[in-house]
Design a protein around this ligand. Sequence first.
Ligand SMILES: [Zn+2]
Length: 339
Amino acid sequence: MATFVNGIFLLQISIRIAKVYSFHSDSQRMIYINHINVSKYPLFVCLLLSFFIASAQEVDRQQLLRDIQYLSSDELGGRKPLTEGNQLAAQFIRDRFKSLGLTSQFKSYTQRVPLMGNRGNGEALGEGTNITAFIPGQDSDRLIVITAHYDHLGTTEAGAIFNGADDNASGTAALLALAEYFTKNKPRASIILAALDAEEMGLQGAKALVRDFPFSLEHVLVNVNMDMISRNVKSELYAAGTLHYPHLKPALENAAKGAKVTLKFGHDEPGIGADDWTKASDHAAFHDKGVPFVYFGVEDHPDYHKETDTFENIDPEFYYEAVRLIIRCVEKLDEALIP
Ligand SMILES: [Zn+2]
């Protein structure tokens, strides 16, 4: 008899857990859990809550680390534009967008990018590849464009590989984590995700995206760019750009409350030379057209643009927390910019 009762109880639990998973949003799940009679089913409610907390985890930590490890592996040879390793990275990103069921304004997620030598001013070298995907928003044709460059420096003349783990396998793997998160948690604004090529050759991928942007640039509320976000000895992540676009700052401050990584502002004042990051990465192409940007990145470290910028030298805990913080920032920006 006891076994029979336990069996019924387990069946009830299974049915309710299935029901929790049938809801599309976390808030619906919470309402359902709150309606269950806690005094009748104390153990059951605890179980449900723990399942709920696990399901609400916004970033799959293991996958994030697997992704950055693959993107910075020797197999990809430093991801220099026009090389086989660069194309392997592009295909990896394309496959992920496809497996998430995302669409794109570009055929096969691919925008061809004419590449020139001398940081865009020299002779034609061939075609690079931006990989973009689209997440339709709830009720708006306004857009948030999230970018990260996936290219890097290739190899030295002696054949040593620039793995570019922090620069910028970190931003690229984060882009994939954000793609998954915002596929499951629909934003208000529509999101364009762009893994950009040829940043290291003068932001040529970003400039091409802005030049052939599939919508009017006036629809873009903000460009969120990630470039080097996986390590900092002081556990600080910078959000640069709010000096130019102060209306973005309150949402970011709000997002940073309680975060395990410290969000710092700055690196955007004119006249401070290389410490001004306004033109330092792909967000500059958006800023040049008057599109507001937030650039997430860390202070330079001893392995910057060296063969030692490897997966082993990133800080997994900092990186994971930085990605969670950036997701929170995008959510708060989305809420603030479309009230
Ligand atoms: Zn970079």
